[in-house]
Design a binder for this molecule. Structure first.
Ligand code: AMP
Length: 224
């Protein structure tokens, strides 16, 4: 498939399924899935200076400073064509403004922004039941799968772990950060790009959410 939508942003609280849905879309349309969280975790597990700097923020459930997030995205944009499914970026209004201006320099713009909405109680449950593969990014719920911490990832065989920020202690902080810093990004796009901003109830199953996402992409394709 060759969609008109080549620059897609997935917004939403922690555990709303941004990573899973971005992966599915990327597989379908061959557009790179860019997760700033995964890029930061990779820097961290390789012990790079940037990773060490980031870990001080991420392990507490705080956002890394805009300058650091922008640095990692700028490096990615330099090495890749400006086609992407961003998952976890932008997370502040400052980052959204940066993205707009760097796309403007390339004479490009966002095609689709999707907000995955999930109530706090579901976020809390999903986070506390979540284990992740830090190599391929797959996530599993310990309530639905036999996969437990320390077991091999069914996809890539690396060890499944509990992310250091998927803890009871970091959770309240992450929810507060989402409300205070990331929800205003939705307001920013409501003002600057209302035509391409869409919302999906992320409380449904992954297959239903993906069907709705595909319909949105197809909608935009018809418009193009
Ligand atoms: P995620 O995997 O998207 O849940 O991100 C994990 C953590 O990485 C977040 O809680 C932040 O500490 C950090 N992070 C990821 N993306 C960003 C971003 N765009 N801006 C600031 N911090 C980020």
């Amino acid at each position: 498939m060759n969609p008109v939508n080549q620059r897609i942003v997935l917004l939403g609280p922690p555990a709303s399924g941004k990573g899973t849905q971005a992966d599915l879309l990327a597989g379908c349309f061959h557009i790179p899935h860019v997760s700033t969280g995964a890029l930061l975790r990779s820097e961290c597990s390789r012990g790079t200076p940037l990773g060490k700097e980031a870990d001080g923020w991420t392990s507490k459930g705080l956002l890394v400073p805009d300058e650091l997030a922008v640095r990692i995205v700028t490096a990615w944009m330099k090495e890749n064509s400006p086609r992407f499914i961003f998952d976890g970026f932008p997370r502040t209004v400052g980052q959204a403004e940066y993205l707009d201006s760097s796309l403007a320099e390339l004479r490009a713009r966002l095609d689709l922004i999707v907000l995955l909405e999930l109530p706090d109680e579901m976020i809390r449950r999903r986070i506390l039941e979540r284990i992740s593969c830090l190599r391929c990014g797959a996530t599993f719920s310990t309530s639905l799968h036999d996969n437990q911490e320390g077991a091999p990832c069914p996809r890539c065989r690396a060890l499944l772990v509990r992310r250091n920020d998927d803890s009871e202690e970091a959770l309240d902080q992450r929810l507060k950060v989402y409300r205070d810093l990331t929800l205003p990004v939705v307001g920013y796009y409501e003002r600057t790009a209302p035509r391409i901003l869409q919302r999906i109830d992320a409380g449904e199953g992954s297959d239903q959410i993906f069907a709705k996402l595909l319909a949105l992409v197809a909608d935009k394709k018809d418009e193009g």
